[in-house]
Design a protein around this ligand. Structure first.
Ligand code: NAD
Length: 485
């Protein structure tokens, strides 16, 4: 059974309930995650609370030194980290390495905290009176992560939180905790003081204990929309800051003037990369006009048939398994209901996969998708391409905006005017033009709109300084009361 990390030590959870950590490529049980309770959470929060006063007083240039060292240690361990991600999550080694790199970029960006958290000053707001505002850390923060990016998503948060002077508790996904544990070991090796960064394992009970713990100032959450909403409401009711990132339904629009080969490659990679288990994954490809639909359909079906599935550790694998049998059954159920609602089966990814050792699906391509179908509205989180057609760009924009989700959307075109109109009118908050996965980099901020994001302040980049600090304004008036000068 894996252990919690509290005050610089790996300690056993007091919980006895547990879940298996499974390699989804072959169903091998790698270890067990304890389903922690409020006692575990309290121990982690007490450790973070005790470490806070000294950490807050540590100059920011000293606080970022362990992060500089972590960057070097992560670079050296990048292959091992990628292998660990593939083992517990299933994505290919190349995909895993991409996410390790993104994690390292979070550390690099957080190392800029001495500049990022500078305040403002203005002399003479009134005669002889000056005013300054500083950004001050607040105490203990917590981050709660989903299964789909074991290294990267927790690192959207804690490097920024601790660099800003807070102490931290991380709860990784109970399904994929091993990679983040390895990164914590590297962070300890890098010389972070005990108690600054802590980890608790578990599921709902652990999450609810974090959201209601009186000594936690704020919660960063990433996961599905129903849980994101629950975390947002529970934490806000307990008086905390919350940034809660939820699920998605990401439409990709193809104009007749798009470079079709490139659009098809990019859209397919967006949809089936990481077996579709990305919040930024494309889903429905809405082609404007019949010709573009035909051109995209021909290319996508041919390319989808050529995708080689298998263990992500193997060099010839294009796509790994999905995370669990439950997930595979859910995706198959969505495909079947789409067919019952009138979708056309162009490529059947359910063919010949049940004999394989892991939770495999091949890419499925469905045609004749219409807006009212369940599969056109709800997140699939699996390798399913949906093809649809609208008569105009404005009709496509209307479809995009009718979704309750608002994570990302992309337009494929060679027209600047069309791109400008699209970006101006669509409601999602992370947009792409000829880009399949327009995920903001570490130095920009990440977060969607509508049911994809609950809160006001987004993840990483400059926004993280707003989230992890309190702005304090001081007004000074110094009265000359001596004759020394
Ligand atoms: P999930 O909501 O099942 O789990 C996320 C976290 O919440 C886990 O740590 C889990 O232990 C906890 N949790 C699960 N059920 C809970 C409950 N009832 N009460 C309290 N806590 C609970 O999500 P997942 O399946 O791990 O991840 C996939 C989802 O995450 C997808 O919907 C995906 O779109 C979303 N996601 C969103 C983003 C984003 O940036 N918006 C990024 C990555 C993933």
């Amino acid at each position: 059974m894996i252990k919690n990390f509290i005050n610089g030590q790996w300690v056993a959870s007091t919980a006895t309930d547990k879940v298996d950590i499974v390699n989804p490529a072959n169903r091998e049980i790698l270890d067990h995650t304890p389903l922690g309770n409020s006692a575990d959470v309290d121990a982690a929060v007490q450790s973070a609370q005790a470490a806070y006063p000294a950490w807050r007083q540590t100059p920011v240039i000293d606080r970022v030194q362990p992060l500089f060292r972590l960057k070097t240690l992560m670079e050296a361990a990048a292959d091992d980290l990628a292998r660990q991600i593939t083992l517990e999550h299933g994505k290919t080694l190349a995909e895993a390495m991409g996410s390790v790199r993104r994690g390292i970029q979070m550390v690099e960006t957080a190392c800029g905290m001495p500049t990022m958290m500078m305040g403002d000053i203005l002399e003479d707001i009134a005669p002889g009176i000056d005013s300054q505002s500083v950004r001050r850390p607040m105490g203990v923060f917590a981050a709660i992560a989903p299964f789909n990016f074991p290294a990267m998503v927790p690192m959207w948060f804690w490097p920024f939180g601790i660099a800003a002077g807070n102490t931290f508790v991380v709860k990784p996904s109970e399904r994929v905790p091993l990679t983040q544990m390895r990164i914590f070991e590297l962070m300890q090796q890098a010389g972070l003081p005990d108690g600054v960064l802590n980890m608790v394992h578990g599921g709902k009970e652990t999450v609810d204990s974090l959201c209601t713990h009186p000594d936690i100032k704020g919660i960063s959450f990433v996961g599905s929309t129903p849980v994101a909403k629950h975390v947002y409401v529970t934490s806000a009711t307990a008086g905390k800051r919350v940034q809660s990132l939820g699920g998605a339904k990401n439409y990709m629009v193809v104009m007749p003037d798009a470079v079709m080969d490139k659009a098809a490659d990019t859209a397919l990679e967006s949809i089936i990369g990481c077996a579709g288990e990305r919040c930024m994954a494309g889903s429905v490809i809405i082609s404007v006009g019949e010709d573009s639909k035909r051109e995209i359909a021909e290319r996508i079906t041919a390319r989808a048939r050529a995708i080689r599935i298998g263990d992500g550790q193997l060099p010839n694998t294009d796509m790994g398994p999905v995370i669990s049998q439950e997930s595979k059954d859910r995706i198959k159920g969505m495909i079947q209901r789409a067919l019952d609602e009138g979708a056309e089966l162009l490529v059947d990814g359910r063919d010949g996969v049940d004999e394989l050792p892991g939770y495999f699906l091949k890419p499925t391509v469905l045609g004749n998708i219409t807006p009212e179908m369940e599969i056109a509205r709800e997140e699939v989180f699996g390798p399913v391409v949906m093809l649809a057609e609208t008569p105009s760009l404005d009709a496509a924009i209307e479809w995009v905006n009718s979704s309750p989700y608002g994570n990302t959307t992309t337009l494929f075109t060679t027209s600047g005017a069309a791109a400008r109109h699209f970006c101006y009118e669509v409601e999602p908050a992370m947009l792409g033009v000829n880009i399949g996965v327009p995920a903001p980099m570490a130095f920009f901020s990440f977060g969607g709109s509508k049911q994809s994001f609950f809160g006001d302040i987004r993840a990483h980049g400059k926004a993280s300084v707003d989230f992890y600090t309190q702005s304090v304004v001081t007004i000074h008036r110094w009265i000359k009361d001596s004759s020394i000068w």
